[in-house]
Write a protein that binds this ligand. Sequence first.
Ligand SMILES: Nc1ncnc2c1ncn2[C@@H]1O[C@H](COP(=O)(O)OP(=O)(O)OP(=O)(O)O)[C@@H](O)[C@H]1O
Ligand SMILES: [Mg+2]
Length: 142
Amino acid sequence: LPTLWGDGTRLRQVFLNLTENAIKFTPAGGTITLSAQMTHVEIEPDEDTPAIMLRGFKRPMIEVRVADTGIGIPSHERLRVFDAFYQVDSSSTREQGGAGLGLSIVRRLVDAHDGSVSIEDNSPCGAVFVVRIPCRRLSFVG
Ligand SMILES: Nc1ncnc2c1ncn2[C@@H]1O[C@H](COP(=O)(O)OP(=O)(O)OP(=O)(O)O)[C@@H](O)[C@H]1O
Ligand SMILES: [Mg+2]
């Protein structure tokens, strides 16, 4: 993989949080898999980016996937779990501890790297967290 522009301490925190969650929400005998690959993502210009320079430009990114075979996350919860203090099933019968802060920290650190984080199904069960971090900063001349 190419060298990645980023803050190593903070990225370590991202992958530790995701791996700890994967272990916490996967019953004994399950599997946690981390993988990384290079990918190219088309830029979605916002008001700060000179769109005309970016049309069709695919940004090189490193994609890291943290996959588990655990209890999974229903699709309607996949945005809310990134909110601070939000936990799926906050009832008193909940078995796992924690404050509900790990994923909100993950999202802020990934955002600070101009990256993205999302959740997919794992087959046949479990969750996959997909983190994409650009290899380099975008810089514009002029
Ligand atoms: N890999 C996963 N599988 C299933 N559910 C998950 C997974 N990761 C996160 N969740 C759900 O998202 C919620 C929020 O995760 P988050 O890491 O923010 O908090 P936490 O792990 O409960 O507490 P903390 O990280 O503060 O110790 C979890 O409580 C859990 O309901
Ligand atoms: Mg956590």
